[in-house]
Design a protein around this ligand. Structure first.
Ligand code: ADP
Ligand code: MG
Length: 755
């Protein structure tokens, strides 16, 4: 048997197929359909005679193939072809292969053995290893003997499955008559041909040549192994290269990071350097500035030293200075004494002026009458006022009461309905001011309910009455006199109801408790006080207002009708003043009572009973007591019945003696009230010590003119004294400041002398 292994190349012809096409007995396109009239000169039939395996197909180009379509199909797997019906004799078998699956290799992916008539004719055939992919490999002219009519071809995989593209069987010439193949193009295969020929030469010589075959196969095996090893090492190298590439990219990443870090460091370094430079420049500037300042200070120091020397030289006699200062001190003392004298004279003249103006000296009782206007309902009912005022007859009023003769009343001051709060207070303020000079004062409003007692004392929002204005004036004056006399002002608010004293400034927590019974006690010095009564120290009008408000609020608490209640109780505001003369050190304590009395209307006994009767009796008792006390005072009676009521007892210190008392008698202008009006006016006249009588002139005009002139003169005197006091104060201040300068000078000289 002759074996030709051929690597097909373009334009080459397989010798047997070319030479003996007529001898072909079978040509099969393995895994494909028939291909007629091929360039081999043979018709290939469709795949048949096989058992086992599958069909493989490819659309790729087959390189260097005489009949490419033959290799685009293949049978794949463990396959056996059994061609039967053959005449006995020798045949040549050509088998066509092509690697059409593992087109990228590597070698060794598919290795298989070929058996003909159960005899292995090729072992470990690796098509890719020999010719690469998509390229034909032909096992040519393998001689085989057929005896039983059947020719079997078997393909067994060693690595992977065999693939077979085509099989061609043709009659073989007798042994020794085979054509000699000589193709220069196949020189590389020639040795293989020779070796195959040797193999084919003899089945008989097989034993002899087997050793050589085995050796070749071993060699082949070795070469394959080497190839495989080389492939593995290439793979390994690739892996290494890949690894190295990875490492390289990691390294280059690190290098990039490092480069960035270095760049940042460089920038930071540059910034630092810049900052350092700036700091250095700043420091340089600061140093030169400091040097300049030191130089300036040095110059200043030398100038000051010179001044000090000059100063010492200009005062050669410190003892002379001391006696000059002494003289100034004496002068200041003298000035202080004169100031004191002048102040006292001013006070004396001021009191005189008050008296001249129609006010009064300590111990006097003054009565002001105030008539309220007709209210809205009276005006709409066309009521007419019964009270007449004559502008020519100041401080007099006349009551027209029906057919009765007119009655004239004269008071210290008469306010018509047109006189408003400021006018009323203007005449009240001199009395109030005397509290600051240490006098006790009592001002109260008396009259029938609804005649304006509360209006005069408390006033209404936006038009405040005597209470508020009095405190305002006290604060104003205490501010003016600050430094000369310092004042401390305390306020209490209380009411007397049914002969009981109720503190209206008790805190709310105490208010829940049973009302404390307040009593009047006499001090060792003869003064009267109410132990336990709240005295709120006030420093401003805001505080005063708060106190007055809380007093009013407390008065309303517990009464079903606040107005009614207020008309049946006496509401009393007590202002205590402590003054300290900063020049003389003299201290004064005085009290000012501002009282809104209960309504004076008489209640017919038949009209009331029970509580209301008791109230009426108490009111009547206390008001009569008040009238009695004042009358006793004005008539200089030996006994003054202060203790007849709580009201007079409380007011004891401020009624009579050195105190000044002012009463507002409030009246209504209407006919309906005329009875009560007359009662009130009579009461007031009795208080004043002037009995009611027919209308008559109280004072002749020449006498009045004389008083007026005296008042003018006194006023002038006060003004002159005021000016002289002011001049003295100025000169005192100048002397004091001069003294201070001299003292400082003396002190510094004394220190220098010591040095
Ligand atoms: P009393 O306290 O004597 O009972 P009020 O002070 O409550 O009386 O006065 C009664 C009413 O008359 C109040 O509405 C009050 O505002 C008003 N009134 C009293 N006197 C005057 C006045 N001189 N000018 C204007 N209104 C007055
Ligand atoms: Mg009232």
């Amino acid at each position: 048997m002759f074996l030709f292994l051929r690597e097909a190349s373009r334009n080459t012809l397989p010798p047997c197929l070319c030479l003996f096409p007529d001898k072909v007995v079978a040509a099969i396109n393995a895994g494909g359909s028939s291909i007629l009239d091929t360039s081999f000169g043979i018709d290939f039939v469709d795949d048949r005679f096989f058992s086992g395996g599958d069909v493989l197909r490819t659309a790729e180009d087959i390189v260097d193939a005489q009949e490419p379509s033959l290799y685009r199909t293949a049978r794949y797997g463990e396959v056996t072809y059994a061609l039967d019906g053959l005449e006995s004799g020798d045949y040549y078998v050509d088998i066509h292969f092509a690697e059409i699956i593992f087109t990228n290799g590597p070698p060794g992916m598919r290795i298989f053995d070929v058996y003909i008539q159960d005899e292995k004719v090729v072992s470990d055939l690796d098509v890719y290893g020999r010719v690469g992919s998509n390229r034909p490999l032909i096992l040519l002219n393998v001689r085989a003997a057929v005896n039983g009519g059947v020719l079997t071809l078997a393909f067994r995989g060693v690595v992977g499955n065999p693939t077979i593209s085509a099989i061609c069987v043709h009659r073989a010439p007798p042994l020794g008559a085979e054509p000699v193949v000589s193709h220069d193009q196949f020189t590389s295969l020639r040795w293989k041909t020779a070796r195959s020929r040797m193999l084919a030469d003899s089945r008989f010589m097989r034993d002899k040549s087997r050793g050589a075959v085995t050796e070749s196969e071993q060699r082949l095996e070795e070469l394959r192994n080497e190839c495989h090893q080389a492939w593995i090492s290439v793979q390994e190298s690739n892996r290494q290269a890949e690894k190295l590439r990875d490492e390289l990219s990691v390294k280059s990443l690190t290098v990039d990071t490092l480069a960035n870090a270095v760049e940042t460091q460089v920038l930071e370094l540059r910034d630092l350097k810049e900052k350092e430079m700036n700091e250095k420049t700043k420091l340089k500037l600061a140093v030169s500035d400091a040097q300049r300042k030191v130089e300036e200070l040095r110059i200043l120091y030398s100038l000051l030293s010179k001044d000090a020397r000059d100063c010492i030289c200009s005062f050669p006699d410190p003892h002379g200075m001391v006696s000059a200062v002494q003289a100034l001190v004496n002068e200041q003392k003298e000035l202080k004494k004169r100031l004191l004298d002048e102040s006292q004279e001013r006070k004396f003249l001021y009191n005189k002026l008050i008296e001249m103006k129609g006010n009064f000296l300590p111990g006097n009782v003054r009565v002001f009458c105030r008539c309220r206007p007709l209210n809205a309902s009276e005006a709409s009912a066309s009521s007419v006022s019964l009270v007449e005022f004559d502008s020519a007859r100041e401080n007099e009023l006349v009551i027209r009461a029906g057919t009765n003769p007119k009655k004239l009343y004269k008071f210290d001051r008469v306010f018509t309905p047109e006189d408003d709060q400021p006018e009323v207070f203007a005449d009240t303020s001199p009395v109030v001011v005397s509290v600051l000079d240490g006098y006790n004062v009592c001002i109260f409003a008396y009259g029938q309910t609804g005649t304006g007692k509360t209006f005069t004392m408390e006033g209404i929002p936006g038009n405040r009455g005597v209470n508020y204005r009095t405190l305002e004036e006290l604060f104003r004056l205490s501010t003016v006199r600050k430094g000369e006399v310092n004042y401390e002002i305390k306020v209490s608010v209380l009411e007397v109801y049914n002969e009981q004293i109720r503190d209206l400034l008790t805190t709310p927590s105490q208010a829940g408790l049973a009302p404390k019974r307040l009593e009047i006690k006499q001090d060792a010095d003869g003064g009267h006080r109410v132990p336990g009564l709240v005295e709120a120290e006030v420093h401003s009008m805001t505080e005063v207002w708060e106190v007055l408000q809380s007093g009013s609020a407390a008065r309303a608490v517990g009464s079903t009708n606040a107005n009614e209640h207020s008309s049946r109780s006496h509401c009393m505001l007590c202002v205590k003043v402590r003054g300290e003369n900063m020049t003389t050190g003299e201290c004064t304590r005085s009290k000012l009572w501002l009282v809104d009395l209960a309504g004076s209307e008489r209640v017919a006994k038949s009209d009331v009973q029970g509580d209301r009767l008791k109230e009426a009796q108490n009111i009547n008792k206390s008001l009569s007591a008040l009238g009695d006390v004042i009358h006793a005072l004005t008539t200089k009676s030996n006994h003054v019945p202060y203790r007849n009521s709580k009201l007079t007892h409380l007011l004891q210190d401020s009624l009579g003696g050195e105190s000044k008392t002012l009463m507002f008698v409030q009246i209504s202008p209407t006919e309906a009230d005329v009875g009560e009006t007359l009662c009130s006016l009579n009461f007031a006249s009795r208080v004043r010590g002037v009995e009611m009588g027919p209308a008559k002139k109280q004072l002749d005009s020449s006498e009045f003119f004389k008083y007026k002139q005296m008042a003018e003169k006194a006023k002038q005197d006060v003004k002159t004294k005021d000016d002289s006091v002011r001049r003295l104060e100025d000169s005192l201040r100048t002397t004091e400041s001069k003294l201070k300068v001299k003292e400082q000078l003396c002190q510094s000289l004394a220190e220098k002398v010591k040095d």
